[in-house]
Design a binder for this molecule. Structure first.
Ligand code: ZN
Length: 281
């Protein structure tokens, strides 16, 4: 049996704009088209953020609804798992960050398991009351948390919420490597994150991504260490040093090549649902 590796496409995020890379999708229509292209290239999960009319990150529920509907109606054959962010606007209050989860009950959503400084400019606040309410909400809506850990302390925090019943095993982590104020992205640190997870939350699954120059190291590391991988323009607008990415699908195609060259299989959405224990909707 070949090992199956899940590719998540994070197509837009909250920050890169057309001036950073003209190929970043911004509108619901552009995002839907990119998600479809990524699915065709091998992505099993799409991690979605929304943008307002000025291209800034927004947690507007209607934007999420419009985009989800577009993906499902324009491309009915596309069975990609949708993972909605709960952290798409640093100024959004807790209620707005959870409103689309209550309305749309997605299969997956991000869960940022601690607070940190953000891009040397603000505070990315995930308070204990927010994390508790969000964890219980995800249980009600059968939404699998994608636990984003920007440092090992956030894994320890997830272990605390697991013990408390706010989160339910098996957990699925996203190790966010190489972000400003987070753990630097290198192999030694990736292994440390995995070992910390194995010790504190045994039986969990994990994925990772690397920002900037750590992107490829984290891709190869994830495949070699038995994890899963996230790629896309939320994390990198450059495909290689000095080369702007042509599309999100270009990143997915590269990840799929690396997975196959290693001898693994690229997980389909059905495979990913089984690996992660999702409740299909
Ligand atoms: Zn995100």
């Amino acid at each position: 049996m070949k090992r199956k590796t899940i590719i998540t496409a994070a197509v837009t995020g909250a920050w890169p704009k057309k001036e950073n890379n003209p190929n970043v999708p911004m509108t619901p229509s552009e995002i839907a088209d990119d998600v479809y292209a990524c699915w065709k290239a091998g992505a099993a999960i799409a991690h979605l953020h929304m943008r307002d009319e000025n291209g800034n990150g927004t947690m507007n529920t209607e934007k999420f609804r419009e985009t989800v509907n577009l993906i499902r109606t324009r491309y009915p054959e596309c069975d990609i798992i949708l993972n909605l962010t709960t952290s798409g606007d640093i100024n959004a209050d807790d209620a707005i960050r959870m409103a689309h989860i209550k309305e749309l009950k997605p299969e997956m959503a991000s869960y940022d398991c601690g607070s940190m400084n953000w891009l040397h400019s603000g505070v990315f606040l995930n308070t204990p009351p927010f994390l508790e309410e969000c964890g219980y909400l995800f249980q009600e809506t059968n939404t699998k948390p994608e636990i984003e850990a920007f440092d090992p302390g956030m894994i320890a925090n997830a272990a605390y919420y697991l013990k408390k019943g706010v989160l339910k095993a098996p957990l699925h982590f996203q190790f966010c490597m190489g972000c400003a104020n987070g753990i630097p992205g290198n192999m030694k640190n990736l292994l440390f994150m995995k070992e910390t997870m194995d010790a504190l939350c045994p039986g969990s699954t994990w994925s990772c991504f690397g920002v900037g120059h750590s992107a490829l190291e984290m891709l190869y590391g994830a495949v070699a260490l038995g994890g899963h991988i996230r790629v896309g323009m939320e994390d990198n607008v450059m495909y290689a040093k000095g080369v702007l990415a042509e599309s999100n699908a270009q990143f997915v195609e590269r990840a799929a090549r690396v997975i196959r060259e290693y001898g693994n299989e690229v997980a389909t959405p059905a495979d990913a649902r089984e690996i992660l224990g999702l409740i299909e909707k």
